[in-house]
Design a protein around this ligand. Structure first.
Ligand code: AMP
Length: 220
């Protein structure tokens, strides 16, 4: 299976994508996580991406596509792949189609997660990350057992600098202008686009997602 998780920041793609990959033993390619790792390692890519990320703008397509290509080429041919936060522009979607073809893969479906803006802003403001374990908590809905530290690793949790309310609103605008056109692109394409109501508790969203994935699997 090759799936794309599409939807605005804060809708739950990261959380649900991680649950899906854990359940099926698939690989999640989350471009935001890869970029944050590159920044921590202070690689050239990390340095180039920094100012775009801090401002809530998109990192240039060529950097993103090269990064995704490298990840994809390193995977076994039969690995299940879930893209999270990619593609975010039409140019990235077209590049993905080429890279999939070149690596002998094909897209099976797109899951579109949706929620109202005020829900997204509230969720993102409560979001806290554990950089080492990659776990994401929410002080309102999914707090760690001990305030401010990761349940798994005990490391201190951080509030992403681009999760500040002003930057979040800008990221939502960027989503509307650059990424939302992908909905129509995939609706008109050859594989199913399934809408999932992301404005519900985590378990209900997970149930809908798994249901959608089972349908896609039985179609294939
Ligand atoms: P995310 O964790 O998916 O919300 O991504 C955080 C930030 O990383 C975004 O606001 C962008 O600056 C950058 N980013 C992540 N994925 C992409 C992508 N596919 N294209 C361009 N920029 C991206």
């Amino acid at each position: 299976m090759v799936l794309i998780l599409l939807g605005p920041p804060g809708v739950g793609k990261g959380t649900q994508g991680a649950l899906l990959c854990e359940e099926r033993d698939w690989t999640r390619i989350a471009t935001g996580d890869l970029l944050r790792a590159a920044r921590r390692e202070e690689s050239e890519l990390g340095r180039k991406a920094q100012e775009y990320m801090d401002a809530g703008n998109l990192v240039p397509d060529e950097l993103i596509v090269a990064m995704v290509r490298e990840r994809l080429e390193a995977l076994p041919d039969d690995a299940g792949v879930v893209f999270d936060g990619f593609p975010r522009t039409l140019a990235q979607a077209e590049a993905l189609e080429r890279v999939l073809e070149e690596t002998g893969r094909a897209l099976d479906g797109v899951l579109l997660f949706e929620a109202p803006d005020e829900v997204l802003v509230r969720r993102i403001s409560g979001r806290r990350h554990a950089p080492g374990s990659g776990r994401v908590y929410n002080v309102h809905f999914d707090p760690p057992e001990t305030d401010g530290v990761c349940d798994e690793t005990g490391e201190p949790l951080v509030h992403r600098s681009d999760d500040r309310p002003e930057t979040v609103r800008h990221r939502l605008e960027v989503y509307r202008s650059s990424t939302a056109p992908l909905v129509q692109h995939y609706e008109e394409g050859p594989v199913p686009l399934v809408r999932i109501d992301g404005d519900r508790d985590m378990k209900s969203v997970k149930r809908s997602m798994l249901h959608a994935v089972e349908h896609l699997e039985s179609d294939g």
